[in-house]
Design a protein around this ligand. Structure first.
Ligand code: FES
Length: 110
């Protein structure tokens, strides 16, 4: 059975600049929304290392980088260079000038 899609407005075009991430809360779920080149992505907000706030991070070369100790997570899959350390990711779509996030998060299998 397919999971129901649960798209919700998260931000508007222009709220997040290329290379940046912002904190958003969608349906009570705390996450970050970022812009990697021309592609939006969303992941859980809390870093898997020591709980740093990824909303203070940056986007570089396809990764969101934690500002605390530099752990890097793929903006596509949430995977880090550390074994079995993978952020929850969320699907993002653009509808008009609205950025929507599907709150059915995914965690990549190790
Ligand atoms: S808390 Fe994110 S790298 Fe340490």
């Amino acid at each position: 059975m397919r999971a129901m899609s649960t798209w919700h407005p998260a931000a508007r075009i222009g709220d997040v600049r290329p290379g940046d991430v912002i904190a958003v809360t969608v349906e009570g779920v705390s996450m970050v929304l970022g812009l990697d080149g021309d592609r939006y992505f969303a992941t859980q907000r809390q870093c898997l290392h020591r709980g740093g706030d990824l909303a203070d991070g940056i986007v570089a070369r396809g990764h969101v980088v934690c500002p605390h100790h530099g752990w890097r997570f793929s903006t596509l899959t949430g995977a880090s260079e550390h074994p079995n350390q993978c952020l929850v990711t969320y699907a993002v779509r653009v509808v008009g000038d609205q950025i929507e996030i599907d709150v059915n998060g995914k965690t990549r299998s190790p």
